[in-house]
Design a protein around this ligand. Structure first.
Ligand SMILES: *[C@@H]1O[C@H](CO)[C@@H](O)[C@H](O)[C@H]1NC(C)=O
Ligand SMILES: *[C@@H]1O[C@H](CO)[C@@H](O)[C@H](O)[C@H]1NC(C)=O
Ligand SMILES: *[C@@H]1O[C@H](CO)[C@@H](O)[C@H](O)[C@H]1NC(C)=O
Length: 510
């Protein structure tokens, strides 16, 4: 009896399931997003008049953010009973499908209309669910707010810190069409358009123009020509949407990373430090000169939330101010070879960088061929640990920045020191260019910095802060080397005694 019931239940469930599947012919969804595969893609095209598809690689950081935003947008569309359906293709699993659809870059977003797989609308990769929804809305409806009086204009200008306002004499025909197309694609900014003569005179404009308005003030102006195409206008907006200097924070981070400008100059500085104003002014002046070529970013090192950013760039707050160029195409970094931050130095650095004349900063420089044949050993990232943390040697290291005159002034002293110890087998006198080599050691102060790595106690790092003269350094070394020896001896004794005590205790127990 019991067996019979169970069996019937199973059969029933089985029937129910197949029935449900064949009835709705439904495709599995993940949080309201269709999970599209080679075998169901055509079915999805047939079922949905408007299908917005996200092609992604699941493990890439870039895709991850857009997957989450895509889900959120799908939920919102479902709630609004929209005709648009969202689907996702994991390109790592669905290589063949992606290839047949000509997907070459990831992530990619395409809108398929009326079941036509050959002529999708290319959707820019939008970084938030709100901009995905805006993009869809602007594609379907008017892509910009039509502004017909001054009250409306004032409300529009308050919509966001930066808004795009177009002034056209004709809102139906001609150049305005390029503007509408642009507005549809640039879904992360508010777009308004007007032919109202009062607005023309308010901004003293006579020809068809697109204006960028920041905090209700005219910031940039672009005159439309009959030859202007969408990419020109998008470029203008992307170029000037950032301020001359953008401070890195939660709001600006994604705009910085998605900028069309791929050379970023980063100024690490504490906004509370004394010389801030002067350095900032020089930075901003330089930014004006390189607008469109280099994006100028400021990172406040006294802001705790910037800790991860600084960790990423291996910049410690004690080392600020510091200026670094990053090429986002290949992720190479270039250090400003100076501790002067005036306009001249900054401009020269940018020019030289753009000319390909600056050497990138590396984890480590290559080991110099003759690094240990000279009296002073030249260390780099790759051989630093092996030499400094050597159990058999007492190693004194000068950490220096090559452009810094205070550092360079110590080079003769280091030769003298090396000469002094030339007959001592277990002392190594070395130096390392700390700006070209990343080492895993917290220096905790500015250059130049001097540290002793005594033998026996190789994990011990002893900073030297006395007079920068031969005698006191030699004395410091002698004392610390002796101390390391006696400490080691004491430790050995303690260890021996401990072992003996253990043995004695064991005997007693027996
Ligand atoms: C992919 O590209 C090829 C060559 O350009 C073209 O013939 C084909 O129709 C395209 N397929 C789709 C689905 O767009
Ligand atoms: C401005 O235009 C809007 C929309 O057409 C209208 O609702 C509003 O009453 C107008 N305001 C003035 C002051 O004319
Ligand atoms: C940035 O990197 C790209 C890709 O490697 C390279 O083509 C370009 O020349 C670099 N830019 C500069 C200014 O070095």
């Amino acid at each position: 009896m019991k067996v019979d019931v169970t069996l019937r239940l199973i059969v029933c469930l089985f029937l129910h399931q197949t029935l449900a599947e064949s009835q709705s012919n439904s495709i599995v969804e993940d949080k309201d997003v269709l999970v599209l595969t080679k075998s169901n893609f055509h079915r999805a095209l047939k079922q949905h008049e408007q299908l917005l598809v996200h092609f992604y690689a699941p493990l890439s950081g870039q895709s991850l953010g857009s997957i989450l935003e895509f889900r959120e947008a799908a939920g919102a569309l479902k709630e609004a009973d929209s005709d648009v359906k969202l689907g996702g293709v994991d390109v790592k699993k669905e290589k063949e499908l992606a290839e047949s659809l000509n997907i070459t870059t990831l992530p990619s977003i395409r809108l398929y209309l009326s079941g036509d797989k050959n002529n999708p609308v290319y959707c820019p990769v939008l970084k938030s669910s709100a901009s995905i929804l805006t993009w869809l809305k602007r594609r379907a409806g008017p892509s910009a707010d039509i502004i017909s009086n001054v009250t409306q204009l004032e409300n529009f200008l308050r919509r966001d810190e930066l808004v795009v306002l177009a002034l056209f004499k004709d809102l139906e025909e001609g150049a305005v069409k390029v503007f509408y197309e642009t507005a549809a694609d640039v879904a992360d900014l508010p777009f308004g358009v007007t032919r109202h003569h009062e607005v023309f005179s308010k901004f003293e404009i006579s020809r068809d123009s697109v204006l960028l308005i920041r905090k209700s003030k005219l910031d940039q102006q672009f005159e439309m020509e009959s030859s202007t195409v969408k990419t020109d206008l998008v470029h203008f907006i992307r170029l000037y949407e950032m301020e001359l200097v953008t401070e890195y924070n939660g709001v600006t981070a994604s705009k910085i990373l998605n900028s069309v400008i791929l050379n970023h100059l980063l100024l690490f500085i504490s906004k509370t430090e004394g010389g801030f104003e002067e350095i900032y002014n020089a930075y901003e002046t330089t930014a004006e000169r390189f607008r469109g070529k280099v994006l100028f970013v400021l990172i406040d090192v006294s802001e705790l939330r910037n800790g991860r950013m600084m960790e990423y760039f291996h910049v410690r707050s004690e080392e600020a101010p510091q200026v670094r160029m990053v090429n986002l195409s290949n992720n190479l970094q270039y250090q400003l070879p100076s501790d002067q931050f005036d306009t001249h130095t900054l401009m020269e650095f940018c020019l030289n960088y753009l000319d390909g004349k600056v050497k990138p900063k590396m984890q480590s420089e290559p080991v110099p061929a003759n690094w240990d044949t000279q009296p002073v050993k030249e260390l780099v990232g790759m051989n630093f640990e092996k030499v400094a943390f050597n159990h058999n040697n007492n190693v004194i290291v000068l950490f220096y920045a090559p452009w810094n005159s205070e550092c360079r002034a110590l080079f003769p002293l280091w030769e003298e020191l090396a000469d002094h110890f030339s007959q001592t087998q277990d002392v190594v006198v070395a130096k390392i260019d700390i700006t070209a080599n990343d080492i895993h050691l917290h220096l905790g102060e500015k250059y130049p910095s001097i540290k002793l790595f005594p033998a026996l106690y190789s994990e011990r790092v002893i900073p030297y802060s006395g007079k920068r003269k031969l005698k006191p350094i030699v004395t410091f070394m002698k004392i610390e080397i002796e101390k390391a020896k006696t400490d080691k001896a004491k430790e050995e004794q303690r260890r021996k005694k401990y072992l003996e005590d253990q043995k004695a205790a064991q005997k007693e127990e027996l």
